[in-house]
Structures are given as C-alpha cells and as structure tokens.
Design a protein around this ligand. Structure first.
Ligand code: ADP
Length: 319
C-alpha cells in the first residue's frame, strides 16, 4: 500500500450497548459488546477505504484488549504502536440508549490501560512516518497519557505530518465543563485541521451555531475548520473561503460513528495531497465523499460494523 500513513492516537474501548432503548443497561433484557473509541474508529474508517492506517494507544492485557487488537488487524490497521499494560484493564463504556435517541455513558476508567501510556512507550519511528496525525481529547485528561499525547503530536509535526484534531467531547469524563473547555483550547492552536460537531461548537463558544461562532474558533495556523451538522451536512472554513456541503438523504438507524467516518474518509482523500485543502472545488469534492461516508454509517447499527468500504463510499452516491 503506497498511500501516505495516517496515524490515529488515543483510546479504544468496548461499548456495552443495551438491545433496547429507554432503560438502563442493568434493566435491559440483553446487551451487545461493540468496539469503540473515536480515534480507533477513525483508524478503521481509513483502512476500510483503502488507506494506510495505524493506531497508537494502550490496552489491557485482557480478553477485551486482545479482542480490540484482532478487530484492528482484521481491518488492516497497523498495530505496531499498540501496547498492552500488564496491570490495568481495557477501558469500558456502559451505554444507556435514552427513549429520545440520545446516548448516555458510564465509563470504567480507574484507571484504564489507555490512560497509562507514557512518553517513553511511544513508537517514535511509526509516528514520525505519519503524513497525517489524528487525535482527540480524552487522552489529555490525565497523566501520564497527557504528556504522551503532547509528545506524540510533536514527533508527528517534526516528521512533517498534518495535525488533525477532533475534540470529541465526552463531558462526563472531565472533572468539570470548564476544565474540558480549558484543556481543549490549550491544544487548539497546534492543529492544522479541526473538526467539531454542531454541539461542540456551541459548547466551546457559548453561542448558537453560526459562521460567526465558527470563525471565533479560528486560529492563525489553522488550515481547515469543519463543523458537522448531522443530517444537514457540513460546513468548511479556510483562510480564503467557506461554505456548506449538502448532506445525502438516507434512512438513518443509528448515528454512532458518523463523525468518525466523516473525518476518516476526508483524511483518506487528502493524505497524499494536503493542498486539496486550499482548492475549494477539490475540497468540496472530498467533503462530498466524507458526507457520503458519514451518511452510510448512519444506515447500520454500531460504529465499526457500519463504516463503509471504498466501494460503498464511492459507488453508493457516485462520489
Ligand atoms: P458527529 O458524530 O461528530 O456528531 P455528525 O453526526 O454531524 O457527526 O455526522 C458527521 C457527518 O455524517 C455529517 O456531517 C453528515 O454529512 C453525515 N451524517 C450524519 N448524520 C446524518 C444523517 N442523519 N443523514 C445524512 N447524513 C448524516
């Protein structure tokens, strides 16, 4: 595979999802075990679309950790940057599907293996080969993983990678909303490309979604800011132009993973030619593909099982 390497950094975990909505996990008649964690979903999204993809993070040396590594490998994700912690367990999320379709999470993280990744454990050789380095925020919450995260960003940048950030707010994991906002903004200025959802835009700016609110998040080094709007498509902002890319209309059953499919497919499109970002026509084409991949992901349950393959991504909507 001669594509440029995309390295995704951070957490991977198992979601326990009840088979019915409107009750807590303990009251549900059954549950499913679903692999999750935004950066890992992105790694798999890239690999499914034929890209060269690696995941960097730490898992427990337990049945869940082993299951997650097999899933990454089966999907063609390079696993050389993954370690097993001998003592800690793999992170777990217990999901409640609320009657209104929202999801609530409770986490096993006290601490989970992903939080214990250290700077010294980073696979420097792999990270420095990245053409794009993609990360979230959960790995920033506590040490030692926070320092490992910041160092990995530096290594990737020194190697010439584009830094791609999806804050992927999971508010219950933070000590407080203010702390979340503060930590997210503390690494804001380092990213070349940032993708936020409409809800995250509102949270970070304390404003309703608008071009003005989005542009208040602009920073001088930024090359591309994306705001995903669910069934309304996405907005893009660069130094020179901004606009809306219309969504595809699909029969949605579960939106989990749509944002990860969206950013993963965009990264796949731009990895070998970062300058697509500067050309509005080509950027819109890439975002149309990303919207299609996001839309396809909502037509099936779960995140990873729903991520499209290259053929689905390009054929279904002729993008
Ligand atoms: P996030 O998971 O980050 O909140 P979104 O839910 O906004 O992200 O989804 C990412 C992208 O996937 C959207 O910009 C859109 O293109 C596509 N998408 C999401 N939900 C739908 C939907 N219900 N119908 C069509 N496209 C969708």
């Amino acid at each position: 595979n001669s594509c440029g390497l995309i390295v995704s950094f951070g957490e991977m975990l198992i979601d326990f999802v009840p088979t019915v909505s409107g009750v807590s996990l303990s009251e549900a008649p059954g549950f499913l075990k679903a692999p999750g964690g935004a950066p890992a979903n992105v790694a798999i999204a890239v690999a499914r679309l034929g890209g060269r993809s690696a995941f960097v993070g730490k898992l427990g040396d337990d049945e869940f950790g082993h299951m997650l590594v097999s899933i990454l490998k089966e999907n063609g994700v390079i696993s050389d940057g993954i370690l097993y912690d001998p003592g800690a367990r793999t992170a777990l999320a217990f999901v409640t599907l609320k009657a209104d379709g929202d999801r609530e999470f409770m986490f096993y993280r006290n601490p989970s293996a992903d939080m214990l990744l250290t700077e010294a454990e980073l696979n420097v050789e792999l990270i420095s080969k990245a053409k794009i380095f993609h990360y979230g925020s959960i790995s920033l919450i506590t040490e030692p993983c926070r320092s490992a995260h910041l160092r990995a960003m530096e290594i990737a940048k020194e190697g010439g990678a584009l830094l791609s950030y999806d804050p992927n707010l999971r508010l219950p994991l933070w000590p407080s909303p203010d702390e979340a906002r503060k930590q997210i903004m503390s690494i804001w200025g380092k990213a070349d490309l940032i993708k936020v959802s409409d809800n995250e835009l509102e949270f970070l700016t304390n404003q309703e979604v608008s071009d003005e609110a989005a542009l208040s998040l602009w920073h001088p080094g930024l090359k591309l800011l994306l705001v995903t709007l669910g069934e309304k498509g996405c907005k893009y902002y660069t130094k020179n132009f901004h606009g809306l890319v219309d969504p595809f209309s699909v029969k949605t059953v579960d939106t989990t993973g749509a944002g990860d499919a969206f950013i993963g497919s965009l990264l796949r499109k731009i990895v070998d030619n970062h300058s697509i970002i500067e050309d509005e026509v080509r950027l819109r084409e890439a975002l149309k593909f990303a919207n299609a991949c996001g839309a396809i992901t909502t037509t099936k349950k779960g995140a990873i099982p729903a991520l499209p393959t290259e053929l689905e991504g390009t054929m279904k909507f002729d993008v």
